[in-house]
Design a protein around this ligand. Sequence first.
Ligand code: NAD
Length: 486
Amino acid sequence: MTEEQPIPHHLGGNPVTTRTDATLPVESPLDGAPLGRLGLASSTTVDQAVQQAQRAYENWSHLPSKERVQPLYRFKQLAETHLDDLAETVSRENGKTHAEAKAGLCKGLEVVEFACSLPALEHGGHLEVSPGVDCYTRRFPLGVVAGITPFNFPAMVPLWMFPLAIACGNTFVLKPSEKVPMTPLRLVELLEETGLPPGVMNVCQGDRRTVEAIVEHPAVAALTFVGSTPVARNVYQNGIRTGKRVLALGGAKNHLIAMPDAETALTAKNITASATGCAGQRCMAASVLIAVGECRDLIEAICQEMRQIIPGKHLGAIIDQASKERIEAYIDQAEREGASIRVDGRRVVVAGREKGYYVGPTVIDGATPSAACACDEIFGPVLTILHVDTLDEALAIENASPYGNAASIYTSSGATARYFETRANSGMIGINIGVPVPREPFSFGGWNQSRFGMGDITGEDGLRFWTQGKKITQKWNLSTAQNWMS
Ligand code: NAD
């Protein structure tokens, strides 16, 4: 691949590059190799995408759901056949390891599986409400809808959105992160190989300006966004202002609480995997460990586990230089403020990949609960450890976080776990598990400033988000029976 190779949009079934759009170079965080040049969709290009989606909507929305899910069945099989190449594309443009890339794809394909079950799910109720009078509900699509996605899961997060949205009869404009534009293109190509009509799925590459054009477009009926909290809040507020239905998932700062009765070896492995998987660049990553009471052995075991993880081998790259600098600045600040850097991942260079961006596993011990490393989303393989005496003190710290994506506890007591599960202030809870991502059909979504809007993004909440109910009251017999509503 060369620096100048164009990375296209995908509009109405075709790859499209425009001469007028601004462009941006895309490179691999693994080693800095150029991947191509991305066109950034202007409002004119966004409008072309919306028009293609509007044209496709005429037929697509009138197909029965049983027919709409047929390409999705075939897509799941085709994507599984191509799992290795897709994972390679994810790894190349995002920097995560091949195994992590595959796991993200498999998780995304679970949502495709769920979308295929749409015809089998109850869509509405049917009841005789008066003599000879029936009421029933049918669910209808919303129209042209959009999805805006972050860099950290180039396949999984788009797959949270478009399979359900199109199965429900909508047509879709996807705006992937400008840092990972290639995987979503490949997914849409595969989807169209299965017979999905052109225009049902469109990809508009771009950055902030493209997002603004989508949010302002009057023909976009609804959108889901996944990304950082400040942008999620902004997209939510502007989307609502322009009359759209919006669900915007934001950032996170996830707390893991270790009780003194937690099993040491397994807990240390699990916490390490949670903090370092995908190089800590996931919204479900462990970020703060709150050690309750005596946890010296556990912390030593975590440091040992962290030291076994080799950047470039078990640990992927950080997305870009700016992110690497941001992560290292948090570690510098914690050190200046008196915390102990028990495992230090700064200034890592991977031999043969000197132009890649790497931060090694890092453990910051003894920070204060108000320190930046304990409060801000760092989005790197960095675990900050806080010490408290009781579970209630630990819960008070977790509850005070403005975020609310995930929280976990490690304990061998069911009663303690239940106490925590009830009081933690997050949408996804783990018990002896550090990345508590619910598997379909359980839905995905956080609370507080990790989510703006109603409901979760997948599962039955997703189906409700992408549809609207029409309530029909009918009477076909000539009965004269009457009641107050006849
Ligand atoms: P980001 O907010 O920088 O970008 C997300 C999307 O918004 C991209 O498509 C980008 O082009 C666009 N964008 C960026 N700045 C914008 C602006 N000012 N106005 C309008 N659009 C803008 O996020 P990122 O760095 O790509 O992804 C990492 C973030 O995503 C982290 O905060 C992470 O926690 C979050 N995330 C959350 C979840 C979740 O389920 N809650 C899942 C994955 C990632």
